[in-house]
Write a protein that binds this ligand. Structure first.
Ligand SMILES: [Fe+2]
Length: 202
């Protein structure tokens, strides 16, 4: 079969494949299905192990229990794998996101001051919600989004390049970098940026 035939087949099978691929480590596919390289960097969704503190928040905290796309969709969370600027622009138009900005965070952002970097990560530890959707598209690097499910358990999304996540208004969440300490992300806004975070009171 020609390579372009594989590609078309992939598009048809994309949805069921997404469910299956979540059960595997990304690297497993590189070995036996090179034409599925498209999926290598896809999001990982799993239940948080709840062993986090402010100081180890950026570790993976993977409980080993995967989360399906259906589970996050029930919460109103939307995941998309976006591989081109055109695709991102089309999505922005479709959902009426008129504004965007780009953020780049790494150690250099904090002038290589590890204490300042860690202080920022601790700030990210506080869960909050917004009165608008929160949309984050990972251009490069990695980041975690934690979202609360209806039973108040943390679901963690480990996002890599080309992953886009839309959180509905009112959902408690938090974002942080992974231990790779590097992320470039685009934030999309419906109108003027309205980023007031309403922190959770325990
Ligand atoms: Fe937020």
């Amino acid at each position: 079969m020609k390579k372009d035939c594989f590609y078309k087949l992939d598009l048809v099978r994309k949805k069921p494949l997404q469910k299956i691929l979540l059960q595997y480590e990304r690297t497993a596919f590189v070995d036996f299905a090179p034409h599925y390289n498209y999926y290598q960097k896809m999001v990982q969704l799993y239940y948080h192990d709840n062993n986090d503190t402010e100081d180890n928040f950026t570790d993976d905290h993977n409980s080993g229990v995967p989360v399906s796309f259906e589970e996050i969709e029930e919460l109103g969370v939307i995941y998309k794998h976006v591989t081109s600027q055109e695709e991102l622009d089309a999505l922005a138009k479709e959902r009426e996101y008129k504004n965007r900005d780009k953020i780049h965070l790494n150690l250099e952002t904090f002038k290589n001051d590890v204490d300042a970097y860690n202080a920022k990560m601790k700030q990210f530890y506080t869960e909050h919600y917004h009165e608008d959707e929160e949309i984050r598209y990972i251009v490069d690097g990695e980041g975690f989004f934690d979202v609360r499910n209806k039973g108040d358990k943390w679901i963690r999304a480990k996002l890599s390049k080309n992953d886009l996540l839309i959180l509905p208004e009112g959902i408690y969440h938090r974002f942080t970098l992974t231990n790779s300490r590097e992320v470039t992300a685009i934030r999309l806004f419906k109108d003027e940026p309205k980023w007031e975070a309403i922190n959770r009171v325990h």
